[in-house]
Design a protein around this ligand. Structure first.
Ligand code: CA
Length: 222
């Protein structure tokens, strides 16, 4: 685990660095916001610990700049500015957690671990196939780079077919996965969703196997 520590007080920085390094973290320490920005741009960090009162560039300014360009690295604010407003500002600007000085080292460690864990789980789940991209977290679809707006069940249906591509999925399987055991769905609902998907992407994407179900072919473009 590699941590970027942004802290201008050497005593505090030394203490944090020594403590985290005893717990298998590699810590890179910088003293101001401008250096921190360069470090984040060039290095691969699992986490950043950020003081707010900094020379050069203030921590909140730094946050604004960092979240403005890229860096989805988790950021923990560690600051003596303990007003609620500061916390809210920090979190609004994209910090993931906030710990007030003075703090307990074990609590800092626990929060670092939680943040790293959380961000590992945040990795985007994407399903990609022939120009079609399904973002399973955001429930968004695009085709050839254009957003495709699908009803939630149509999105789900497409996900199921893509996950099983090359195999025919029967209508009863699809109905069960979309509706569970409820019997109240209209019998033509699958056709409705399939035609919605075809209309908004390409007619060739989903093939009907008459009387059986649907398939996304391994290579539908041929
Ligand atoms: Ca400071």
């Amino acid at each position: 685990m590699r941590v970027l520590l942004v802290e201008d007080e050497q005593l505090i920085a030394d203490a944090i660095k020594a403590f985290l390094e005893r717990h298998e973290y590699r810590v890179d320490w910088v003293e101001d916001g401008l250096l921190a920005k360069d470090a984040l741009r060039t290095g691969e960090f699992d986490l950043a610990i950020l003081d707010l009162g900094l020379p050069g560039q203030d921590g909140l300014e730094f946050l604004k700049a960092v979240r403005g360009d890229k860096a989805d690295v988790p950021i923990l604010i560690l600051s003596a500015r303990e007003t609620t407003k500061n916390r809210i500002d920090g979190l609004n600007l994209g910090a993931d957690d906030y710990l007030t000085k003075p703090f307990d080292m074990d609590e800092l460690l626990a929060r670092c671990r939680a943040l790293v864990r959380r961000s590992a789980g945040r990795t985007r789940m994407l399903l990609e196939y022939e120009g079609l991209v399904l973002d399973l977290d955001q429930k968004k679809a695009s085709y050839d780079g254009n957003d495709v707006v699908l009803q939630p069940l149509a999105f789900r249906l497409l996900t199921i077919l893509l996950e099983r591509r090359g195999r025919v999925v029967s209508k009863s399987d699809l109905m069960e996965k979309l509706y569970g055991w409820e019997e109240n769905a209209e019998s033509n609902v699958l056709e409705v969703y399939v035609s919605q998907i075809r209309r908004k992407t390409t007619p060739k994407l989903i093939r009907t196997i008459r009387g059986v179900g649907y398939i996304v072919d391994e290579d539908f473009s041929s």
